[in-house]
Design a protein around this ligand. Structure first.
Ligand code: GCW
Length: 784
């Protein structure tokens, strides 16, 4: 576009100058690059130039997705614009802190562009004035909070309208500076989503203390399981060069209440703890601080050996303990509000305490002791499945290495499902008070659908932190439109029965049920340096939804989708309704076309892209899809009842009861817990095989329907994102069919049953699907 404008411009200039028979240098003006120059005063030329400038400015405002949900375009409904405009005519916003300063500037800029006017800043009350601050900055706010919102806590905020001294005020108030920034973003959200601001009296406080993005970003700038380009952290140029992205990243996170970032991969590199890198981390922390975002790092357990010159990293060795204490002192001297460490230990090749014959408590508590004097915390991951035997575990079998008999293909293996529970529950109550155990939402690994991890509700004396995965490692990676909020909510709302009915996972992690002193929720980031941050424009919704749910897990998926759509795309009813329907259907669709009815972990090896249910030769049995689906001539599924691995025993009796009987088990979890026959009768009377085929087809059908929905919005969405999403939906449709075809052809070799009518037939052979290889599939920049 730009080139076309320039060519047109140059040609016109050339022709005009030819016709004029002379020089263009007749008067001053602005050229297209904004520099002062001279041009012909001929009207034709001037019109042309104006047109070009207009087109160029439109081009600059094209929706490339960079602005995320923080677009703040002018309110396009004239009557609403008039209402907002007359309700907000000035602002009182003292800024005695960097956070209040960024909050005021954000409000000023964004209201300026939404209302198309610059608001005057006042120091005394005026009618229709916006008053923002804390009890420290305003007696009116002090009075309001103590009289009407005495329970407002920590970083919570209040949006309130009232008459004071005969003047109508809109108040954004909080007890802390960061609360004011959150209040500012909440107020801006009201306007961006076209809500009324006439009679406000709302307050909101976070239900979870630590709301953290985990970046699996390597120092090389590759991103493990990243599908949106390279890491946004430009380590080479830090600390001298501060990319504008760092600031916009902080703004975006603060706007949804995220207050922490782990900037490095859990498959860790000790180098980040060297002085050279700590200076770089400090530069990031300085940028994030005003936005209330703390920086955390991943600590590699072997760092004392890797970079400290010690011979061991044994957590009980005094020299090792001292090394970590000194390291923490060094970090806090640079970053006084450093959050702490996230540690992946004794998992997938990472070293840990068990490497030295020690336990998870020995390891976690060593870090905890080094961090405690500075107020730091340890997030110790429970994602473990290749630990060595240790003393004191509940289920010794869970630790044996899984193996497949190469002749019979029989799986003689313990159940990986059971390992985290087996390794951690014996240590309940034995961790220091500044340790959070970070548990993935399900027992295996971020599958499209998993039952909740049995650890939730099983460690009443230990604070557990939720780990969700925003990056779509197992949900179509960079190309599938999958809105993950329904997945998050399904887990958060699941009842553990740990303290009787109603002990939901959400209540366990927000401490309402367990009374834990420390609470947290982490989301593995889906952010990269693609212009639009997440590559798929709808990936932004998962970042957004994670932040909103970490703040308030009682919000519904639909509510979050609604506000995200309005801010990111449009407030037009047709757009909102179509996109909301697509988003709400998308998670169930991916479950259906990839892993319906409780199938899990049947994707391609290592890169995890595409279907690979036939794979059986990985070095560990539990990296093989055949280990998980166990298809044979009789049927399919993993028996986790007492006749099988008995993983069900890790749940409370009421939960166990829900899933125990294959005839009453919720069908969405059927193959998680049962090995059932191909002709098993499903609730709708069909055989399991028919149902399986239909589910795969229904996943494909939903994607086709999503394509139609999207196409129905032609002309209502900006061209750039419209085209991007159209192309991505085409890929998604092809890949959904690929999953259906490959999986059904493969499973049919066991079921020997026909594909029922209405289910699409494969256009290739099973051998063809098996022959596909993707050596450069993205996202494998890590250890596996
Ligand atoms: O799901 C697996 C991923 C690994 C990841 C690991 C983990 C960072 O395939 O890439 O490693 O989980 O969560 O530690």
């Amino acid at each position: 576009m730009w080139n076309i404008i320039r060519t047109f411009y140059e040609r016109s200039v050339f022709r005009t100058s030819e016709r004029a028979g002379g020089s263009l240098s007749e008067g001053p003006s602005l050229d297209l690059s904004g520099k002062r120059t001279t041009f012909s005063r001929r009207p034709v030329f001037r019109i042309l130039l104006l047109t070009c400038t207009l087109l160029a400015s439109l081009q600059l405002r094209a929706e490339d997705g960079y602005r995320l949900w923080l677009r703040y375009d002018r309110i396009d409904d004239p009557s609403l614009l008039a209402q907002y405009s007359s309700a907000i005519t000035a602002m009182i916003f003292p800024t005695p802190s960097p956070t209040l300063l960024v909050a005021r500037n954000e409000l000023l800029d964004d209201l300026g562009s939404m209302l198309n006017k610059k608001l005057p800043i006042r120091t005394s009350l005026a009618d229709n004035c916006l008053l923002a601050g804390t009890p420290m900055t305003s007696p009116v706010i002090a009075q309001l909070l103590s009289s009407k919102y005495p329970g407002l806590s920590g970083d919570g905020y209040v949006l309130h309208t009232q008459q004071t001294e005969g003047k109508h005020l809109i108040i954004i108030a909080a007890r802390s500076n960061i609360g004011v920034l959150y209040g500012v973003f909440a107020f801006l959200r009201l306007l961006q989503t076209h809500q009324s601001i006439q009679d406000l009296s709302l307050s909101s406080s976070s239900l979870i203390q630590r709301r953290i993005l985990d970046h699996w970003d390597n120092l090389t700038r590759t991103v493990e399981r990243g599908y949106a380009g390279a890491s946004i952290w430009n380590w080479h140029l830090l600390p001298g060069y501060i990319d504008q992205r760092y600031i916009d990243y902080a703004r975006a996170n603060a706007s949804i209440g995220i207050n922490g970032t782990v900037v490095t991969n859990v498959n860790a590199n000790s180098l980040v703890l060297t002085p050279l890198y700590l200076q770089k981390v400090r530069a990031l922390a300085d940028v994030f601080r005003p936005y209330g975002i703390r920086v955390y790092l991943t600590a590699k357990f072997s760092a004392p050996v890797d970079i400290g010159g010690l011979k061991t990293a044994d957590p009980l060795d005094p020299a090792v303990q001292k090394w970590w204490k000194d390291k923490c002192d060094e970090i806090y001297s640079l970053i006084p509000d450093f959050g702490g460490f996230l540690v992946k230990a004794n998992s997938e090749g990472q070293p840990g305490p068990q490497t030295y014959g020690r336990t998870h408590t020995d390891g976690a508590n060593m870090f905890a002791d080094a961090l405690a004097p500075h107020g730091g915390i340890v997030m110790w991951r429970a994602f473990v499945y290749d630990a060595r035997p240790q003393t004191g575990h509940a289920d010794a079998d869970a630790h044996k290495t899984a193996a497949i008999d190469s002749d019979t293909h029989e799986i003689a293996a313990p159940d990986r499902f059971k390992q985290a529970y087996a390794e951690f529950t014996p240590f309940d109550g034995k961790f220091r008070s500044n340790v959070l155990i970070q548990v993935k939402n399900g027992p295996i690994d971020f599958q499209p659908r998993e039952p909740f991890s049995p650890l939730f509700g099983s460690m009443p004396k230990t604070p557990l932190m939720m780990e969700f995965q925003l990056t779509q490692e197992y949900l179509g990676q960079g190309t599938h439109l999958v809105y993950e909020a329904p997945l998050f909510k399904e887990v958060l709302d699941a009842d553990t029965y740990a303290n009787g009915k109603g002990s939901t996972v959400a209540k366990i992690i927000d401490a309402a049920a367990s009374g834990a002193p420390l609470t947290g929720m982490a989301g593995v980031s889906n952010i990269g340096n693609e212009r639009n941050w997440t590559s798929h424009p709808f990936g932004q919704a998962n970042w957004y939804a994670f932040g909103r749910l970490a703040w308030d897990h009682t919000l519904s998926s639909r509510q979050i989708a609604d506000e995200w759509i309005r801010q990111t795309f449009s407030n037009q009813a047709t757009v909102v309704s179509a996109l909301e329907k697509m988003m709400m259907a998308s998670r169930e669709a991916v479950v259906n076309y990839m892993t319906p009815l409780g199938l899990h972990h049947i994707m391609g090896f290592s890169h995890h892209y595409g279907p690979g249910p036939w794979l059986d030769n990985a070095s560990r049995a539990d990296w093989n899809p055949v280990y998980y689906h166990r298809a044979d001539a009789y049927g399919i599924g993993f028996d986790r009842t007492a006749t099988g691995s008995n993983a069900l025993a890790q749940y409370q009796p009421q939960v166990r009861q829900q899933w125990l009987d294959s005839n009453t088990c919720d069908e969405k979890f059927l193959l998680w817990f049962h090995h059932i026959s191909w002709s098993h009768k499903m609730k709708d009377g069909k055989t399991f095989w028919e149902e399986l085929c239909n589910r795969y087809q229904s996943g494909v059908d939903t994607v086709k329907w999503m394509q139609q929905q999207w196409q129905s919005l032609t002309g209502l969405i900006d061209k750039e994102r419209f085209t991007q999403v159209s192309m991505l939906l085409d890929i998604q449709e092809k890949e959904a069919e690929w999953w259906r075809n490959a999986c059904l052809l493969y499973f049919q070799t066991f079921s020997r049953m026909p594909i029922p009518p209405g289910v699409g037939h494969a256009d290739q052979t099973l051998e063809y699907y098996k022959s596909l290889h993707f050596p450069y599939a993205p996202g494998s920049g890590g250890s596996l």
